[in-house]
Design a protein around this ligand. Structure first.
Ligand SMILES: NC(=O)C1=CN([C@@H]2O[C@H](COP(=O)(O)OP(=O)(O)OC[C@H]3O[C@@H](n4cnc5c(N)ncnc54)[C@H](O)[C@@H]3O)[C@@H](O)[C@H]2O)C=CC1
Ligand SMILES: O=C([O-])C1=[NH+]CCC1
Length: 284
């Protein structure tokens, strides 16, 4: 058996948002048309670390693609990334493993690319202020991906540790804020990319018509968004099945899911641009 290994630097060299965003748009359509077999991931909790190992298999007969991502989330990591992953790709005709590749870069970029698809459809065309809550890996990749979809004049950043918000603001020409409320006040697009398990973004702070990409809180008892904001917004998800099993923001608020992003891209469901919208991302 000759299994090829593709390291992170090689994945990084060939992955570009300009190609990845349209690829994700296409993948979301296939997912919502039930053209892929992709069960909700299995999770093994690692209680001592407040973390988990997720197993994410998928098969697409049209793409002749059979693969699985194995991803860990250790939120307390400080010297190494909190998310680590590998992806194994099998030959879909004979089942032979062909490639094992780094999955961390893909997790970083794929997640932001899907939020970019949501933002492309759901944010106002003239959206000019982006607010980012969190200052880690996803904060950086979201600023890059979303900036390729809209021309933001202002990027407002809040993070639990002000120094980290200031560092990121310095990198991207943005402004660091002391409070979430100040950071999101004028925002047309908000991204929540924290490892918080309790709400950080409150309904009363969000101006009507804003689009929110809610990317953290991927466990059924974790929340990142005020339940009132979940209930009063038009709610989009990547996967209904996953949202009902994994998202504390959806389950605990009892908010109604309006559509999967793939249904919206297909035109089966409206893109409610004028209204306040939340895209709850879990990762597929
Ligand atoms: N939806 C999806 O497909 C994916 C979601 N994620 C989620 O996105 C979030 C961010 O991920 P990364 O940027 O990779 O992590 P990271 O570890 O690089 O950054 C985490 C950020 O959250 C902040 N934070 C931690 N605890 C907090 C708290 N209690 N309150 C407020 N801020 C807090 C940290 O200070 C840091 O700014 C995580 O919740 C992660 O699980 C990550 C990958 C894929
Ligand atoms: O899709 C993904 O890889 C993840 N979603 C939440 C944590 C990791």
């Amino acid at each position: 058996m000759d299994i090829k290994f593709i390291p992170a630097e090689d994945v990084k060299r060939v992955l570009h948002f300009s190609e990845l965003i349209p690829q994700m748009e296409s993948a979301l359509k296939k997912f919502s048309s039930k053209n892929v077999e992709q069960p909700v991931r299995s999770i093994v909790s690692v209680k001592e670390a407040n973390g988990f190992l997720g197993v994410m298999p998928a098969y697409s007969s049209t793409d002749q693609a059979l693969a699985v991502k194995l991803v860990t989330f250790y939120p307390q990591n400080t010297d190494v990334p909190t998310h680590n992953a590998i992806i194994a790709v099998f030959n879909s005709h004979n089942g032979i493993p062909e490639v094992i590749m780094d999955g961390e870069v893909i997790t970083t970029m794929r997640t932001a690319a899907v939020s970019a698809v949501a933002t492309k459809y759901l944010a106002a065309g003239d959206a000019s202020t982006l607010a980012v809550l969190g200052s880690g890996v996803q904060a950086r990749s979201h600023i890059q991906a979303l900036s390729s979809i809209r021309s933001f004049k202002k990027i407002n950043i809040w993070s639990r540790t002000k120094k980290n918000a200031e560092k990121l603001a310095g990198e991207v020409g943005g402004t660091a804020y002391d409070s979430v409320q100040e950071a999101v006040k004028d925002a047309d697009v908000i991204v929540t990319v924290t490892s918080s398990s309790t709400p950080v973004l409150m309904k009363d702070w969000v101006k009507p018509g804003t689009h929110v990409n809610a990317v953290g809180a991927c466990r059924p008892d974790w929340q990142e968004i005020d339940p009132d904001l979940m209930r009063s917004s038009v709610l989009y998800v990547d996967s209904r099945e996953a949202a009902m099993k994994e998202s504390g923001d959806v389950i605990l608020s009892k908010a109604d899911i309006f559509a999967e992003l793939g249904e919206m891209v297909l035109g089966v469901k409206e893109a409610e641009v004028q209204k306040t919208t939340v895209f709850k991302s879990l990762g597929v």
